[in-house]
Write a protein that binds this ligand. Structure first.
Ligand SMILES: Cc1cc2nc3c(=O)[nH]c(=O)nc-3n(C[C@H](O)[C@H](O)[C@H](O)COP(=O)(O)O)c2cc1C
Ligand code: SF4
Ligand code: SF4
Length: 296
């Protein structure tokens, strides 16, 4: 049984899931970023795993990061593979798995199963509303977060075991995705959120670009650096798409940003800030080291 587990990650959540699955099925762990410069990919392994974070599903977009969509677009022989996917998220994966299956189907393949795993603990909606309207400080509740994280880890481990059973038995399983009826009922809500998100990204990217994907690439215009930056260059090394260059010992973003926030999350000096990360809790997965995330 030959298997390759491909992952994209910012804070390490998807990396940990990918590493666990790869270990269990004795598969090769491969970073999607390492395939960025290759075209027309022919994968030899019989089993392909695709593990990634959900992005912007909350706003009615596909939920699939651009780099993952590019990667799938390049695989030429996906139609002859056993393909499974796991997306990690913070509570609202929406139809991400269903959308991914549509892309794979358009290439003649299909997902054998697709799971969603809640991993991160965002600020609550109430926290965000209070922050936005009453300027209340956004503060992590460490005790609550740790407890919730423990529960989430147990659920994830169960799902990883179930994934393993399916893969070794070459079996099909569920696609964990929003039901079509639910999606239809939520159309007005999604439309409103889509517009709000687009306006926010127009502001962040300081641009009049019209597609949401393009706006996200330029949202890095909003990253700022404070006086704590010591020019260590770690931010350049954790960026999957080499979007940061050091200019006169300071990071400079190059506008092909995936919005993974790895640069912000892994900066050892807490030197990166900006409205783009205002709702982000400083976090990376506890089982991940900087050396795991650095682009090789
Ligand atoms: C730009 C961005 C958009 C996100 N959008 C969603 C979303 O729509 N729904 C959700 O549940 N989580 C969302 N998240 C949370 C991530 O999916 C979650 O934290 C994930 O586990 C991160 O994985 P990673 O550590 O592998 O990068 C978003 C995170 C980022 C950075
Ligand atoms: S990782 Fe932080 S401290 Fe290091 S160069 Fe980047 S912004 Fe500066
Ligand atoms: S610049 Fe930062 S947020 Fe953008 S892709 Fe690179 S690491 Fe991720």
């Amino acid at each position: 049984m030959s298997a390759e587990v491909y992952y994209f990650t910012g804070t390490g959540n998807s990396f940990v899931v990918a590493r666990n699955i790869a270990q269990k099925i004795n598969g090769r762990l491969v970073s999607i970023a390492s395939k960025e410069d290759e075209n027309n990919l022919l994968i030899n392994a019989k089993i392909i795993g695709i593990i990634f974070p959900v992005y912007h599903a909350t706003f009615g977009y596909s939920g699939i990061p651009l780099i993952v969509r590019r990667f799938i677009g390049k695989i030429e022989n996906i139609n002859s593979k056993y393909v499974f996917a796991i997306c990690t998220h913070s509570g609202m994966p929406g139809a991400t798995i269903g959308n991914l299956n549509k892309i794979i189907k358009s290439k003649g393949g299909e997902l054998s199963f697709g799971l969603t795993m809640k991993m991160s603990i965002p600020y609550t909606g109430i926290d965000k509303i209070k922050y936005a309207f009453f300027n209340t400080e956004l503060k992590a509740n460490i005790l609550r977060d740790n407890k919730e994280r423990q529960n989430l880890t147990e659920i994830c481990n169960e799902k990883i075991n179930s994934a393993y059973e399916h893969i070794i038995a070459n079996k099909k399983g569920k696609l964990e995705t929003t039901k079509i009826m639910f999606q239809l009922l939520h159309i007005p809500f999604y439309l409103l959120q889509k517009q709000t998100a687009k306006s926010r990204y127009k502001r962040l990217s300081n641009s009049s670009l019209t597609t949401f994907d393009k706006l996200t690439l330029f949202a890095d215009r909003n990253f700022k650096i404070n006086e704590k930056c010591n020019g260590c260059g770690i931010c350049t090394k954790v960026c999957s798409v080499q979007n940061i260059e050091m200019v006169e010992n300071l990071p400079k973003w190059q506008h092909r940003c995936e919005n993974c926030y790895a640069c912000f999350q892994w900066c050892p000096q807490d030197a990166i800030y900006g409205e783009i990360v205002e709702y982000e809790k400083k976090y990376h997965h506890p089982d991940v080291k900087l050396s795991d995330i650095m682009i090789k």
